[in-house]
Design a protein around this ligand. Structure first.
Ligand SMILES: [Zn+2]
Length: 148
């Protein structure tokens, strides 16, 4: 396994606590309210060190992406082609990077709506992934859940 995420890294533990509940979270400065991603120890706006976490809507628009056609990482070699995308979150001024699951990696377009889903990873964390919204997402009971 290549660099598995540390589920108990204190800077990211609230994020992983959220994914365990199928909730995507981002940091928010407790002093000025600035929302930020990725997590940082200090606020980019006011320098404050107190931080809280807020849930994100779990949807957004595809801002950019790349199709990985040849992976140099053994853990991903059997998964090509796959897509890694940048998603502009709905209602928050941040973008997040994540896997985009699609049957048509060459047919993606800027601005298409995407919805988060969560996948159990062999490292023991639940990773957020992004699904183009046209694709069914797990039925009426909530986000799709399956192992990676
Ligand atoms: Zn701040």
């Amino acid at each position: 396994m290549v660099n598995p995420p540390n589920r108990h890294d204190p800077e990211l533990e609230p994020f992983w606590d959220g994914t365990e509940k199928d909730e995507l979270r981002v940091q928010r400065c407790s002093a000025c309210g600035a929302v930020r991603w990725p997590p940082r120890p200090a606020c980019f706006r006011c320098g404050g060190l107190e931080v809280g976490w807020v849930p994100a809507a779990g949807c957004g628009e595809l801002y950019s992406w790349t199709v990985v056609a040849r992976s140099t990482l053994p853990d991903f070699a059997d998964q090509v082609p796959y897509v890694v995308g940048v998603v502009a979150l709905e209602g928050l001024p941040v973008r997040v990077i994540g896997r985009v699951e699609t049957d048509d990696p060459w047919g993606l377009q800027v601005g298409i709506p995407v919805t988060v889903a969560f996948r159990d990873h062999a490292s023991g964390v639940r990773l957020p992934v992004w699904l183009p919204r046209a694709r069914p997402v797990g039925g009426a009971t909530g986000p799709e859940r399956r192992a990676m």
